[in-house]
Design a protein around this ligand. Structure first.
Ligand SMILES: [Zn+2]
Length: 198
């Protein structure tokens, strides 16, 4: 009798049981997939290199030297071991000094002109924001620039000319003082720019 009752029950409610199991399975799959895709999204946003392009594909940021035949005159010295001959004292050098026969200064990578400033210490300064939390700052530029705030620039876009506008480093002559920041912290531009192989 018990078996007979079970068969009757399954005949009557079997489809509901099956449907219930299916709904549960689909629900679990969706929850699992949603959880995974959230993790993947977080991974992408915190990843250091991939830049999501318009097409949605990851494109790594690439760099060029900011001047043709760039000559590195003074290296980065975050430790304070830089002799500033203009001010005649040792100090930290938070960037690199570069010169060339061709004074045109180029953006080192794709980005957006975030700021343009002029002061007596750094001269005319262009700040470009890039992907990956990177920022490049071009000081000692001539006040006549080829870009304005908000412009999108490509790697190699000429932004202005190196000059002698930086009071702190006037003794260096016409040169570019280039600084780089990674997530708000000064870094050595030589980490990204290859001065050995031009
Ligand atoms: Zn400098």
């Amino acid at each position: 009798m018990k078996k007979h009752k079970f068969v009757q029950f399954m005949k009557k409610y079997g489809y509901y049981c099956l449907a219930g199991v299916l709904v549960l399975a689909i629900g679990l799959t969706l929850a699992f997939t949603a959880g995974r895709s959230t993790e993947e999204t977080l991974d992408i946003s915190s990843a250091k290199n991939p830049v999501v392009s318009v097409s949605g594909e990851a494109e790594p940021l690439t760099f060029t030297l900011p001047m043709e035949n760039a000559e590195l005159v003074n290296a980065y010295a975050g430790d304070g071991m830089y002799w500033n001959k203009t001010l005649a004292w040792w100090e930290a050098h938070n960037g690199v000094d570069i010169t060339s026969d061709n004074l045109d200064v180029m953006a080192i990578a794709d980005g957006t002109v975030a700021e343009i400033d002029t002061d007596m210490f750094y001269g005319t300064v262009v700040t470009i924001e890039h992907a990956d939390g990177l920022t490049s700052v071009y000081a000692s530029l001539d006040e006549t620039l080829s870009v304005k705030k908000g412009d999108a620039v490509k790697k190699g876009t000429v932004i202005g000319k190196a000059a002698v506008t930086m009071g702190n480093e006037a003794e260096e002559g016409a040169h570019l003082h280039l600084e780089m920041y990674e997530n708000g912290e000064h870094i050595d531009p030589a980490n990204y720019l290859d001065f050995e192989n031009k």
